[in-house]
Design a protein around this ligand. Structure first.
Ligand code: GLP
Length: 237
C-alpha cells in the first residue's frame, strides 16, 4: 500500500488529478473506474482543467462509474449520471459512448446489471479504479452486510447511508432506498486502485479500513488485500 498525504481537500483534488493524469498519459486508452460524492469533485475540476489546456486527453479512454440510485432518471439532479455530466463528461473530450454508468431507471434491473458487467468485461476489465469511502465503509454502494457481491447488483441502502446522503435531497424520505452498484469483484480485479478519503469525520472508518480486520462489516477493508492500492487522504493516521 502506498500512502499519500494531502494538506487539505484542495490539494487532495490536485494530487488525485495528477495521479490520474499520469495514468492517462502513460495509457491513452485507459479503462478507468470512477466515483461520485463530494470527495472527488476537486479531482474532476483539476482533470477538466488539464484536459481543457490540452495536457491530457480522454478521447481514447473508457470510463465506468461505480454506482447509481435506483429509480432516478439520468436527468434527475441527484442522479450520479447528472453529477458526472455536470462535473466531468460535458467538460472533457471523452466520447459520449465511452462513459458508462449503470441505469437505475430501467424496469429490468437484473438485465442492466448483466449489461454493465458485460460492458466492463468487453474492454478487458477496469484498469485503474478511483474510489471514495462511505461513512460506513462502503465502496461504490457495496454496503456492510454478511457477504460481498462479486458482480454488479442491486443493493438496499442502509439507514446510515440514507442518512448520510440526505444532505443532497430535500429530506430523508426523498433518498432512494436502493442503488445499483459495481460489485467488489470488478473493483478488486482492477490493476491499480486509488482510494480518496477526505475530512476528519472519516478518521475512524479509514483506520478500520486500512488497519482493522478484513471483514464484510467494513467492505472497504478488502482493499487491504489488493496488490496495488494507493491511499490519498488529508487525514493523518
Ligand atoms: C456515496 C457513493 C460512494 C462514495 C460515498 C462517499 O454513497 N455511493 O461511492 O464514495 O458516497 O461520498 P463523499 O465523498 O461525499 O463522502
Amino acid at each position: 500500500m502506498e500512502y499519500l498525504y494531502a494538506q487539505d481537500n484542495l490539494s487532495l483534488g490536485q494530487m488525485a488529478a495528477r495521479w490520474v493524469a499520469r495514468e492517462i498519459l502513460a495509457c491513452p486508452n485507459l479503462v478507468l473506474g470512477l466515483p461520485t460524492g463530494s470527495t472527488p469533485i476537486g479531482m474532476y475540476q483539476h482533470l477538466t482543467r488539464l484536459a481543457q489546456e490540452g495536457i491530457i486527453s480522454f478521447a481514447q479512454a473508457r470510463t465506468f462509474n461505480l454506482d447509481e440510485y435506483v429509480g432516478l432518471t439520468a436527468d434527475h439532479p441527484q442522479s450520479y449520471a447528472f453529477f458526472m455530466r455536470e462535473h466531468f463528461w460535458s467538460k472533457v473530450d471523452l466520447p459520449k459512448a465511452n462513459g458508462d454508468i449503470p441505469r437505475g431507471d430501467v424496469s429490468d434491473l437484473a438485465a442492466e446489471c448483466r449489461r454493465y458487467d458485460d460492458a466492463i468485461q468487453s474492454v478487458g476489465g477496469i484498469e485503474v479504479q478511483i474510489l471514495g469511502l462511505g461513512p460506513n465503509g462502503h465502496i461504490g454502494f457495496n454496503e456492510p452486510s454478511h457477504n460481498m457481491e462479486i458482480h454488479t447488483h442491486v443493493v438496499d441502502l442502509t439507514a446510515e447511508t440514507i442518512q448520510a446522503n440526505t444532505r443532497f435531497f430535500p429530506g430523508s424520505e426523498a433518498v432512494p432506498r436502493q442503488a445499483i452498484t459495481m460489485g467488489v469483484g470488478s473493483i478488486m480485479r482492477a490493476q491499480r486502485i486509488l482510494l480518496l478519503v477526505s475530512g476528519e469525520s472519516k478518521r475512524d472508518i479509514l483506520t478500520k479500513t486500512l488497519y482493522g480486520p478484513v471483514s464484510t462489516a467494513v467492505p472497504a477493508s478488502i482493499l487491504q488485500l489488493h496488490t496495488d492500492l494507493t491511499v490519498l487522504t488529508d487525514i493523518k493516521i
